[in-house]
Design a protein around this ligand. Sequence first.
Ligand SMILES: *Cc1c(COP(=O)(O)O)cnc(C)c1O
Length: 733
Amino acid sequence: MSQTEIEPVEMSLPQRLASAGVGSATPYDKCLALANNLWWSWQPEVINLFRDLDPIRWRQLDHNPIALLAEFTPERLEMRAAELVLYSRINYAYRRLKEYLSNIQTWGSTHAGVLGSKPVAYFSAEFGMHESAPIYSGGLGVLSGDHVKTASDLGLPFVAVGLFYDQGYFKQHLDHEGYQQQEYLDTKVENLPMSPAIGLDGQPVHVTIETRTGQLVAKVWLMRVGRVHLYLLDSDVDGNSPEDRELTSRLYGGDHRTRIRQELVLGVGGVRALKALGITPGVFHLNEGHSSFATLEAIRDMMESDGLSFDEALRDIAQHTVFTTHTPVPAGHDRFDAGLIEEHLGPLRDRLGISLDQLMGLGRVEPHNGGETFCMTVLALKLSRRANAVSSLHGHVSRRMWAHLWPWRVEEEIPIGHITNGVHVPSWLAWQMQQLYDRNFPVDWFKRMYEADAWQGIHHVDPGELWETHYALKNLLLSFVRRRVSRQCRRRGESDEVVEAARNMLDPHVLTIGFARRFATYKRADLILSDLDRLSDLVNDSQRPIQMIFAGKAHPADEPGKQLVKKIANLRHDPRFAGRVAFIEDYDINVCRHMVQGVDVWLNNPRRPLEASGTSGQKVVLNGGLNLSVLDGWWAEAYDGNNGFAIGKGTSHVSDEVNDRRDGADLYRLLEDQVIPLYYDHDIDGLPRHWIKMMMNSIASLAWRFSAHRMVIDYVRSAYLPAAGGLSCDMDR
Ligand SMILES: *Cc1c(COP(=O)(O)O)cnc(C)c1O
């Protein structure tokens, strides 16, 4: 079926949802309505419904229901639905979506009243909601996606603003040498749950941004994520130069000039888009510094509409702005020279009535230091009255890192607080595990998932039942790994024996360790390889062996990161590790979901304190896996001695070399003395009782605290409400 046949349905979706009774829309229409709102991506029944329509194509199409439905005619879908007795499931799912969208009795309606008609506008350079919408690269994007989904579930007045990358981030595959290759694929717009955003004037919204060297134009897409509208700016429009049309094609590609132009579209363009849509935010939330230019545009708008001076408008906008910083790694903070700033912000600066030196001063620690470049994080810190890091430890690190912005204050009084990251439980919890919880937890546990007592029923679950459920999920992961690795071998044209061996690799009875993350060198993916003989002894132990699954991309420009990928991927050629160590190519949300739901142990060993938070380990908690991690990021405040394993003592030596040696030795010692013995300590029923007890402790003590529901509620209470209402709070300056 062609895209033109989908269009009209997509355009009339809101009316359809508003007016159609459950009986009047066809099953095909209802499936389309479900596919056109990413709400489906966190509803196991709806996912299963789509999968059942055609399990093989579902997998091949990256779990994209719009692409799947495009292969059906309404007639064929009805036949398929009749064959599989899907009607009642389709009707039920559709009715639930309608109820979800129209429900006004939400947490937000009783707790976020002040926000009222002035929503929080959440700006982020990437959003990772689902693998079928590839507009994210990694942790920052997935966090934004989880934040948006949770804002939707809680019913907050909330809109989100980002960029539409039609090529997204690269797809990774490895060549014969194990070296990473990058490939950029075009995403088909018609296969995404988006439509052109319509402005107050009834026309599709376009925004124009003047620069000293010409205009930049962007169109705006609306993506529906439950109740939340996510607006995505896209520079691929007539009127832009061929180069500018590709400006927003790729995430984190290009040079400084590309970067500042992307950030101009996101920040300045984003605020203009909201205005054209008739949306007046009560709070601006800058998720990372990329979008900080939004504050300057908001100031301009306020000066021109309310006749305020620059200083008055600045004070007002700062009062309503919340900033979240995400990394202590210097390369993560964008810096631009005065030439780029003047080229891109010159026209806006004219309207603000400030000099270039004044403007540069807003992005400098020392405003008049001509040698200092313009830092987006500094701008965000100066133009927000509330700033936070993403874990308690990261709060300390950030206060030290930015202390020179407030030279008259002692470190504890540097006004950067922290709100620890969390994950969207409905997106990351395996439905098999959810069913187990449903049987054992209070009936309303899912609504109260951010409260400790909702999860305490885990201690009363039958250990055998918990172990069985985990074992089933582990088997699903192993099948996934075998499928992917054998496909990787086929793609490289390897022999039938190699492909066949991949189909049989890994053993479900063996302790399985997962490691997946960005292959930045500070994350030390090869720490566990620091003594290969010792690792080989562990992997090949006849009684108590271990096996490992790795995944992760290196940034295209990060040569040392690519060497790490190669080193790990090539372990498969070492007979000591063949069949026991797997590398899955092209880490994404799909790979992550399989891994966090099926591993026994999740390994995380960054150089402390460079991991601001990390969230993948939180996903593991929900599904019964145990964390084995350096006391960095979220784990530093999560570990209590009985809910997982800690590498090191939470201290770090100034020398990386000493640190790496110590942490490596500690990792082996932990595996040998604690992790492996505990895992293989079976009782007479064949169950690892003490291990299961630790799984329960982990779930009971951590799942609620590191849920995105807890996180977003913290944002509402300590950042959004004070920013909207002008109330003071801990983080207030
Ligand atoms: C959750 C997630 C991350 C973030 O995990 P970290 O612990 O920060 O590495 C990164 N990438 C993907 C695809 C994820 O799903």
